[in-house]
Write a protein that binds this ligand. Structure first.
Ligand SMILES: [Zn+2]
Length: 142
């Protein structure tokens, strides 16, 4: 099932944990919005992206070490790695130039793995929030 021109539902639900990870319909709707409004425009500009994590049901989220309140658990967030572009450049573009409306955009670095986390805007919480995570703490990106 395609969510947008270049993204399939499978890319957002596939997990290496071996656990079942089928999203409910409401989460599929949010993943569609996530793909259409954020990942596809990023892909259009920077070329192919590898989605390393999208939707996570509670068991998968726990296995991934995610917070229970993670937007991943709602289908509102994805982690990705640009395949043909520098991650720092893409991250800076997302925050300062892209004009895309997001909840959080986080440059994450954990156990020598790096990726960008991006999520849909949130109700009642800060949006356009840009953070750097070094595996220990979050700090604002300016
Ligand atoms: Zn994430």
């Amino acid at each position: 099932m395609n969510l947008s021109l270049n993204f399939t539902l499978y890319e957002f639900t596939h997990t290496d944990t071996g656990l079942a990870n089928d999203p409910p319909d409401a989460a599929i709707d949010r993943l569609s919005l996530l793909a259409l409004s954020l990942l596809q425009p990023i892909r259009d500009y920077w070329g192919p992206l590898r989605i390393t994590s999208g939707y996570r049901n509670p068991a998968v989220n726990q296995a991934a070490g995610g917070y229970p309140t993670s937007q991943h658990a709602l289908g509102e967030a994805a982690d990705f790695v640009p395949l043909n572009a520098d991650m720092d450049v893409v991250f800076d573009w997302l925050v300062k130039m892209s004009g895309l409306k997001f909840g959080q955009c986080i440059s994450e670095n954990k156990k020598r793995r790096r990726w960008i986390h991006i999520s849909l805007p949130r109700k009642g919480k800060p949006n356009q929030q840009a953070l750097i995570y070094d595996g220990k703490e979050y700090r604002p990106y300016v």
